[in-house]
Design a protein around this ligand. Structure first.
Ligand code: FAD
Length: 458
């Protein structure tokens, strides 16, 4: 980048310490967790921005975007950089707009809505909400680090989704304010259905500058781990608890052996060769869950009250995509898929996958409600990676047998499986980023101007 841009950005921000050009720092803040995918590693290693600007207010975001628009500089927004699809990795250099410093939780409203800046950590929002008698509806397993803006921009679901669906469901995101990438950047509010124009668009169609998130009344939670001799028995029990509305739950995660053997800090709760289920359940129902588990042939290997996000053990630290992280720590050949099974055919679908791929594909199930209120056996199965061709065979078979795949080995919004079939994210990009300077290369329909039909199911 020409030196004049660095100097101009520094003077716009008025604080040179928040404009970073040291190559090592820029490189570090250009990366996210794309390396969980061997395919993305090959595509994205070495990609970096040219300068980092750490904005701390809407006015500064507008100043930076105005300058970048005038000088045709690409801008990639960054929260905490925990995304797995390489969403926050700039493909065309330019400015990394780091919003981690815009981290205020402005208000937990009496009607159960959190108003936050984009860099607010989800863990902080959860803690603040609980102090006021509320809690997040759903959060990723990266809750402590991940930002609200990054979750809206690149995430989708997590702990809590078994009851409250994904982030995009049930009006959980009440409103989003974005700053546009135009000659005179505007601040535009999106409410109701209009939030879907911005959700999961990877920062390609506006910079999220404020969020209103719906909460739910806080529950006193407990954690429980139950082991079963077979995966089938564990799956049956977890499916039953997930489906029965009377259970007040935040997490129902089922692991095929040997996945539990990767969880080194909690191995004493993971008996050899057994399938394992991790639950977050209302404390008032813990004893009943234990009895039901025993009656179904399970062994309670851990049970205790949940002391918040610092609890030890914190079972959610082994669920959602943290499961993949523990597997990679055990053997770097592991990677993953993100799937949604058909509740009516899940056993047959699992049987077909097992028959073809054996232990190359290990079941890690995450039950979650979809937007119609139906319980979906979601899954983040582990894949023992050998070649890209073999990985694609797995994805192909999944799709042939009706298993939805949000492919985590592609680096564009459309390929990731949550591109909206009504193209609203693309239409917003045309309005708010006419030059295509926001995270260029990540919304390929904009570049090819060629509308594709996607599906949004997991
Ligand atoms: P970043 O990675 O910084 O950004 C994500 C995307 O959003 C990027 O495209 C970025 O450009 C864009 N963005 C960031 N801020 C803004 C903004 N203000 N305006 C517009 N665009 C913006 N995801 C889940 O959904 N559920 C899980 O349970 C889950 N578990 C995970 C576990 C592990 C171990 C890891 C590594 C990842 C996991 N993820 C999960 C993915 C990721 O952690 C989440 O999606 C997280 O919410 C991303 O937040 P972040 O602040 O790190 O965002």
């Amino acid at each position: 980048m020409e030196a004049q841009h660095a100097a101009a950005l520094s003077s716009l921000i008025g604080d040179a310490t928040r404009v970073l050009a040291q190559p090592q720092v820029v490189e570090q803040l250009s990366r996210d967790c794309y390396w969980y995918s061997p395919v993305l590693r090959r595509l994205l290693d070495g990609k970096a921005g040219e300068i980092v600007v750490q904005a701390v207010g809407v006015g500064e975001i507008q100043d930076v975007l105005r300058y970048c628009y005038a000088h045709d500089l690409p801008v990639t927004v960054r929260g905490a950089g925990t995304g797995n699809y390489g969403q926050a990795v700039p493909l065309k250099g330019g400015v990394i707009l780091d919003l981690a410093g815009m981290d205020r939780v402005e208000e937990i409203r009496a009607d159960g809505v959190a108003e936050c800046e984009p860099g607010a950590r989800l863990g902080v929002v959860e803690n603040e909400a609980r102090k006021a008698g509320w809690e997040l509806r759903c959060y990723p397993s990266t809750v402590v680090k991940a930002t609200v803006g990054g979750f809206l921009g690149g995430g989708s679901a997590g702990i809590g989704s078994v009851t409250h669906g994904a982030l995009r469901d049930f009006n959980t995101v009440r409103a989003i304010e974005v700053v546009t990438m135009e000659s005179e950047p505007r601040v535009v509010n999106h409410e109701g259905e209009a939030v879907h124009e911005i959700l999961h668009a990877w920062g390609t169609n506006g910079v999220i500058s404020r969020i209103w998130l719906a909460l739910v009344p806080a529950v006193e939670w407990s954690q429980c781990a139950i082991a079963f001799d077979t995966f089938d028995a564990a799956f049956d029990f977890s499916e039953r608890i997930a489906n029965e509305e009377s259970w007040v739950k935040r997490l129902v995660t089922t692991f095929e052996w040997p996945i539990p053997s990767f969880f080194t800090p909690v191995l004493r709760h993971a008996p050899d060769s057994k399938a394992l289920i991790f639950f977050m359940i209302a404390s008032a129902q813990l004893a009943a869950l234990e009895s039901a588990g025993r009656a179904a042939g399970g062994e309670i290997t851990y049970s205790g009250s949940y002391g918040g996000l610092r609890a030890i053990p914190l079972l959610s630290n082994y669920t959602w995509n943290h499961t993949t992280l523990w597997a990679i720590k055990a053997d770097a050949a592991y990677t993953y898929l993100q799937c949604g099974f058909d509740p009516a055919r899940v056993r047959e679908q699992m049987r077909q996958l097992k028959q073809r791929f054996g232990s190359e594909l290990l079941f890690h199930m995450e039950f979650m409600k979809n937007g119609e209120g139906r319980m979906i056996p979601g899954a983040i199965p582990l894949v023992y990676f050998t070649t890209e061709a073999r990985l694609n065979e797995m994805i192909d078979l999944c799709r042939q047998i009706g298993v939805f795949v949000a492919n985590p080995h592609v680096n564009n919004v459309e390929g990731g499986g949550r591109y909206r079939a009504d193209n609203v994210q693309l239409l917003a990009k045309r309005r708010y980023d006419p030059k295509g300077l926001l995270n260029p290369g990540k919304m390929i329909t904009f570049e090819s101007d060629n509308v594709v039909r996607g599906a949004t199911t997991l």
